[in-house]
Design a protein around this ligand. Sequence first.
Ligand code: ZN
Length: 416
Amino acid sequence: MISWPTPSIPSVPGTGRPVQLFDTSTAAVRALTPGPTARLYVCGITPYDATHMGHAATYVTFDVLGRALRDAGHRVQYVQNITDVDDPLLERAQRDGVGWEQLAADQIALFREDMTALAVIPPDQYVGVVESIVPVAAAVRALLESGAAYAVDTPDSEAGDDIYLDLRRDPGFGSVSNWSREQMMAVFAERGGDPDRAGKRDRLDPLLWRAARPGEPSWPAKGLADGRPGWHIECTSIALDHLGMAFDVQGGGTDLVFPHHEMSATQATVLTGERPFARTYAHQAMVGLDGEKMSKSRGNLVLVSKLRADGVDPMAIRLALLAHHYRTEWSWTDAGLAEAKQRLDRWRAAFSVATAPSSDGAVQELRARVADDLDTPGALAVVDRWAHRTLTVGGEDEAAPGVLARAVDAILGVRV
Ligand code: ZN
């Protein structure tokens, strides 16, 4: 699938530090140890609604990670999926009386515009489920043939069977989230699971393949009923096809820790006999609105596209996101956006002076903050201090404003 244009990434003198990142599965900040190419997979959108600040925070966070890895001298291979057929998309299309394909195409187009405006570097492979039916079906078939998956009758027996993974095949199941079974059961249904489906061996067994139901899209697949992939096997298959096992980082929002990342990893281990799926699992905390959880069901989404339409500078939106550490839950507020606009103005004023204090120390501190578990609030404070000195005390260095502006652009993705 076509992604979006790559922003220019200016070169900055020197090299960034090795990146440290909090790993959910070991609950510790660890040094990433990629080879020359760092392999990154971030779970993409289900395109049934526009990009809200929770999504934007996730993609900006992992964009900063990719920038830090590039700055540290790595090439980055970045894969992102799009869940362009799934229950929520079909339900929304039905509710609104539009075709599901049209709804998906419109929302993917809007997402591309939002990502372009926010200067997010596009994935190298941007892969939809609809274009991945053949490899996903092959993965499901392999699981069936090895005895790790099993069939469950559908209400309409002529449609053929649904296919589920037998979780008992992976004794390491649970090692991504480290959750208890009670914690898993508490969220499984609300996060796309079907614990009460009759015929399952374990209530947590994930759906791999859904046989066609009346009115739902389906695809023929050798050895399976006509149907469509389950959610988790989509990411397992796409990640394995493009990155292989033991890739460096799988990222997403904290709502993906369980079941999505847990199931994706278990399926990959059962398929390949190897672990880990990802060497590090990183998660963006939820973003609320004025102290409440931001969610589609509450109808309190702050949309990137709406702010852009209102004339808000996308770089101010990006700065408002970067002002919060990715592992801290926070709320979007008008005051936070106003603060980001003021900061952007201050930085732009400081970067447009003829001479300024040296930026060498600030560039090194900026690199150190970002490499330390993506401490973007700390990185912003470094630039704030330099800008304050520049605008109040001044300096003699002619190159400094340009060098730091390029560092801010390359490492934080903020064009000043
Ligand atoms: Zn995923």
